[in-house]
Design a protein around this ligand. Structure first.
Ligand code: SF4
Ligand code: SF4
Length: 223
């Protein structure tokens, strides 16, 4: 959970508040949790380099300068999917990730040290699957957030780069079902393999995507 809140506790009361405020980013040491089946690909998603994410430490959106693999969060909120609300407990507590073990809301030093350790990457997870790595790399190149940020900044200056943006969004949108069809990967793996769909994350640039009457995608500024 990428959160930092200061308190006066000296030990964890397992209140679960940190699990409600965000899911953990996985570190290299967490790859064992995937090998032993505690976590599966469907439990994870990727935040790609250059993506805007909410930093609740400083209450602001920041651009991520490296790839992060995170445990999914429940729909419509930031609660980790393994947080059980009724019991206020963790479904995988005995095998929870490095960040969860390091987090102590009353003293963030241990967490900050853990956060600087090597993060897990898709390249590491997909070792031995060169065809999937090739697809991931080609997608990253074509759908780079750095390129998108540049195009949206040109649009903000009054230039018409809508077509270029829609071409990138189209590539991302149509690659997803194609990847399922050609490789047989489950749909639930796509947010890990390709990151979250661009037609959803484009909101970070102040735009939304809608289909017109003829089924074509349109880019619209959010009012
Ligand atoms: S570390 Fe998390 S679960 Fe433990 S007391 Fe702090 S907020 Fe609650
Ligand atoms: S894995 Fe468990 S301890 Fe970690 S954020 Fe999720 S529910 Fe909380």
């Amino acid at each position: 959970m990428d959160i930092l809140t200061f308190g006066s506790k000296a030990e964890c009361s397992r209140c679960g508040q940190c699990c409600v405020k965000g899911s953990p980013t996985l570190h290299f040491g967490d790859s064992q949790l995937i090998k032993d089946g505690t976590l599966t690909y469907k439990d994870l998603f990727t935040i790609r380099e250059g993506e805007l994410v909410y930093n609740n430490m400083d209450d602001e959106f920041i651009t991520i300068d490296c790839e992060l693999i995170k445990i999914r969060e429940k729909a419509g909120c930031r609660t980790c999917i393994f947080h059980s609300e009724d019991a206020s407990s963790c479904d995988i507590y005995e095998n929870r990730p490095v960040q969860c073990r390091a987090y102590e809301c009353w003293d963030t030093e241990k967490f900050m040290t853990a956060f600087t350790e090597d993060k897990l990457t898709r390249a590491e997870l997909l070792k031995g699957q060169p065809s999937l790595i090739e697809v991931v790399n080609a997608h990253d190149l074509k759908c780079s957030y750095k390129n998108l940020a540049g195009l949206f900044s040109e649009i903000a200056e009054g230039k018409d780069y809508t077509g270029e943006v829609l071409e990138i969004l189209g590539y991302d949108t149509y690659l997803r079902p194609l990847l399922i069809e050609k490789t047989g990967v489950p749909e639930e793996y796509l947010d890990l393999l390709l990151g979250r769909p661009l037609i959803e994350t484009v909101i970070m640039y102040g735009y939304k995507v809608e289909k017109d009457d003829e089924g074509n995608y349109c880019l619209l500024p959010i009012q």
